[in-house]
Design a protein around this ligand. Structure first.
Ligand SMILES: Nc1ncnc2c1ncn2[C@@H]1O[C@H](COP(=O)(O)OP(=O)(O)OP(=O)(O)O)[C@@H](O)[C@H]1O
Ligand SMILES: [Mg+2]
Length: 407
């Protein structure tokens, strides 16, 4: 996950954020009831007001793709609208870059929405009588950028979303997926570091949706945007989110990375929810990584390595250099002969390449077919070829069966 680790200040921070929809007196009674712990249903029944968002606290780090996920009515859109103060909170606070939104003047708020935070909606309206390029430039229109700069920025944004050659078309000539990409381009053209996206892909066909998700992940990496992404689709949340905030009835029920939520659901509701997630796509090599027990050095005595192998009931071991780079695999057969003939070191010529490697970020679905083919478990290596750990078959199977394997 980006940010946080380097101690950077969160881009967005909410504290006890609460929103009630209802007339003044009803809303007041609703808040009182909420404080006493009444459920959303009870509050609705007794006061007629809707407690849409309830005591939600979280912080979004710079460069993070932060997903808010929940069923219809759980308060997602309300939450995201509170973040740029399209609606006023009934309680709690929102800070952007450490500044309380409540303290901003109207002019400052406009400035914030133009320069700092852009928003993409599920069904946002393209202007039908304007070209795709003009639509992409729309956010800039309002801001009064020069004509040439506007066109340049909009063209760049269209290039980013793969519509660079459709600038002269009209929205009516585009497919749904393309229109949604124009919406994304509009947000990109405005060049804000923060993007709020309220179910931008929900109306798209599954395959187009996948393309859009891949596009978003790429853009987010390349342009290092901070994105709050709303979805009601858990698989989408798992695919996109650095972290996922789960909302239920306006409350935060869990906040964590996809693998964290899969490994330890906060309650039965979440457990039920995640039960049909495709774990092979969510969990990565890093999530099932184990400390390699059988790592040897060339300087070691074959008899000693053989003993360790025997104790672990294994038939081969990785041999690594001083930087933990893998030199090869040594097998029990050779070790047995070498031990019998009293050798003091492992002979580099005895090593073979009977092993497979993968990167820490690779999903299990890519790894599954490569497990168990060799005497040594699959090696997880970093981009410099250093051994980070191994993936034993049992660890993968346990994680797929949702058996907690880490405590
Ligand atoms: N302007 C409003 N006035 C009154 N009630 C509202 C208003 N906006 C939202 N609500 C209510 O607040 C609750 C949360 O709504 P919200 O739109 O935030 O949910 P959501 O998670 O975005 O749902 P969906 O997935 O259907 O978009 C719902 O009960 C909704 O009816
Ligand atoms: Mg919504």
């Amino acid at each position: 996950m980006a940010g946080g680790l380097n101690g950077a200040e969160p881009v967005i921070r909410c504290r006890d954020l609460t929103k009630v929809f209802g007339s003044g007196s009803a809303a007041g009674r609703a808040l009182d009831m909420a404080r006493e712990g009444a459920s959303r249903g009870e509050i609705q029944q007794r006061t007629g007001a809707t407690l849409a968002v309830r005591d939600v606290s979280f912080a979004v780090e710079p460069g993070e793709l932060f997903v808010v996920m929940g069923l219809s009515g759980s308060g997602k859109s309300t939450l995201v609208r509170l973040l740029n103060r399209l609606i006023e909170p009934s309680g709690g606070s929102v800070e952007i870059d450490g500044r309380e939104l409540r303290g901003l003047s109207d002019a400052q708020l406009r400035q914030l929405r133009n320069r700092r935070i852009s928003m993409v909606f599920q069904h946002f309206a393209l202007l039908p009588h304007r070209t795709v390029l003009q639509n992409a430039a729309y956010g800039l229109q309002i801001r009064g950028t020069s004509e040439g700069e506007k066109r340049e920025r909009a063209q760049w944004a269209l290039d980013q979303v793969g519509l660079g050659d459709r600038g002269d078309a009209y929205p009516g000539q585009l497919s749904g997926g393309m229109k949604q990409r124009v919406g994304l381009a509009r947000a990109l053209a405005s060049d804000t570091d923060v993007m709020l996206m309220d179910e931008p892909f929900s109306a798209l066909d599954p395959l187009i949706r996948r393309d859009m998700q891949a596009l978003l992940i790429r853009l987010q990496k390349e342009l290092s945007k901070t994105i709050v992404f709303i979805t009601h689709d858990l698989n989408e949340a798992m695919r996109l989110g650095d972290r996922i905030l789960l909302l239920k009835d306006g409350r935060l029920v869990q906040l964590g990375t996809g693998p964290e939520i899969l490994a330890a659901p906060a309650d039965d509701y979440v457990a039920d929810f995640v039960s049909d997630v495709d774990r092979t796509r969510v969990l990565t090599a890093e999530d099932v990584l184990r400390e390699p027990r059988l790592v040897a050095r060339l300087e070691e005595r074959p008899a000693d390595v053989l003993r360790r192998l025997g104790a672990a009931e294994a038939t081969g071991a990785y041999v690594v250099d001083d930087d933990r780079r893998i030199l090869g695999v040594v097998h029990d057969e050779w070790l047995g002969q070498a031990a019998a003939s009293g050798r003091e070191r492992i002979d580099p010529g005895a090593l073979d390449d009977g092993f497979a490697t993968t990167g820490p970020d690779r999903p299990l679905i890519e790894i599954l077919g490569r497990l168990g083919r060799h005497a040594v478990p699959l090696a997880v290596v970093d981009d410099r070829g250093r051994l980070l750990g191994v993936v034993p078959r049992a660890a993968v199977l346990a994680s797929l069966a949702a058996v907690p394997t880490r405590s």
